[in-house]
Design a protein around this ligand. Structure first.
Ligand code: UT7
Length: 339
């Protein structure tokens, strides 16, 4: 390689982990004032996975990472950066979940840190990995979206408990000189004026842990569901239309549209706006619910494992979440097709 050869970032592999326990809509009917019919009609969700009491965000993240590293066909010693996106870390302050995952994988003495961008976390990670690789600072970046969302859900609040689930997804992003394999483009943005749409008030510097915090349930996620829904449809649609236009790619030429799995109605509205067919739109919300930062890598893993995702296939990612944050990405799958 000559010193002037450009280096690109490529999406080399995918892995995911889902906990065993299933929480179905009929289970929720026994817990809050809701029905399977309401949840199915309004969200498309039928069930979600719940981690065991002694199964933590880092455990799920490490299991997803093991698969991603194996499928990247590299040794774990070749990973030179580990980044985890989560809003349900093992510890709210320190150490980072990325440090704990690195330790569980036996990866030591490499840079490791967490980011907080809620459901947009995985696509945010992709942009960070791309920047590190294309600047020449790193060669193989392990990115992880992992959530034990059940640890911040109030199972007496029917507005949120029907939506969220647990799980993890991970990918290896590697340096390449082959432009055909390069991540094409990433848009990532935020608007903090909508911070109160999706918030977990405690623990934090505003509400350190206290008896009052627990009594008021401030440690649980709070969401302005309907307002978030409307903004999600608008933002997700605008973002994908822009990224496709800027890169001169038509929606009909994208075999895999992989949106954040928050609500079937949101996904359908965005898919319809792009005139996408059912075959193009990846849907896992029915079986996993909303797993926040893990949602997109779990969905990519789903089409990888079913054999739908092939080497070179174009993927369009689109996500939206607390912050508010949103992001989209256009990239080919640079890994091997599953044999
Ligand atoms: O991942 C980050 C981004 N998050 C999202 O994108 C989530 C976006 N929001 C949503 O998915 C939807 O807003 C929800 C599924 C949360 C709610 O659906 P909605 O169609 O926006 O319902 P709504 O909040 O406007 O509530 C309509 C009615 C209300 O009753 P009234 O006031 O009309 O009598 C709610 O109290 O539905 C009621 N309701 C429920 N009924 C049965 C709310 N939750 C439930 C429930 N079961 N679980």
């Amino acid at each position: 390689m000559s010193p002037s050869t450009p280096i690109y970032a490529s999406f080399r592999s995918i892995g995911a982990y889902v906990p065993e326990k299933i929480l179905s809509n009929s289970d929720l009917e026994a817990m809050v004032d809701t029905t399977d019919e309401w949840i199915t009609k309004r969200t498309g969700i039928k069930e979600r996975r719940i981690a065991a009491k002694d199964e933590y965000t880092s455990d799920m993240g490490a299991k997803a990472s093991e698969k991603a590293i194996e499928r990247a066909e590299i040794d774990k010693s070749e990973i030179d950066l580990v980044i985890c996106a989560t809003v349900t870390p093992d510890y709210f302050n320190m150490p980072s979940t990325a440090c704990i995952i690195s330790d569980k994988l036996g990866i030591r003495n490499v840079q490791a840190f967490d980011i907080s961008a809620a459901c947009s976390g995985f696509v945010y990670l992709l942009s960070i990995a791309k920047a590190f690789i294309e600047s020449g600072m790193k060669k193989n970046v392990l990115i992880i979206g992992a959530e034990k969302f059940s640890s911040i859900v109030d199972y007496t609040d029917r507005g949120t408990c029907i939506l969220f689930g647990d799980g993890a997804g991970a990918a290896v992003i590697s340096a390449t000189t082959d432009k055909e394999e390069a991540i094409i483009d990433i848009h990532a943005s935020a608007d903090g004026s909508y911070a109160d749409f999706l918030v977990t008030p405690a623990p934090g510097s505003i509400h350190p842990v206290s008896q009052a915090v627990i009594d008021e349930g401030l440690n649980f996620v709070q969401m302005k569901g309907n307002e978030t829904f409307k903004l999600a449809v608008k933002t997700l649609t605008k973002d994908v239309v822009e990224i496709l236009k800027e890169n001169h790619i038509k929606a009909e030429d994208v075999p895999h549209f992989i949106p954040h799995q928050a609500n079937y109605r949101i996904i359908k509205a965005v898919g319809d706006a792009l005139k996408m067919t059912e075959d193009q739109v990846v849907l896992t919300v029915g079986k996993y619910g909303n797993t926040s930062a893990a949602s997109i890598p779990m969905a990519i893993n789903d089409i990888y494992e079913s054999g739908r995702l092939k080497h070179g296939d174009l993927m369009l990612l689109d996500t939206f979440g607390g912050g508010l944050t949103w992001a989209s990405a256009l990239l080919p799958f640079a890994g091997k097709t599953k044999s």
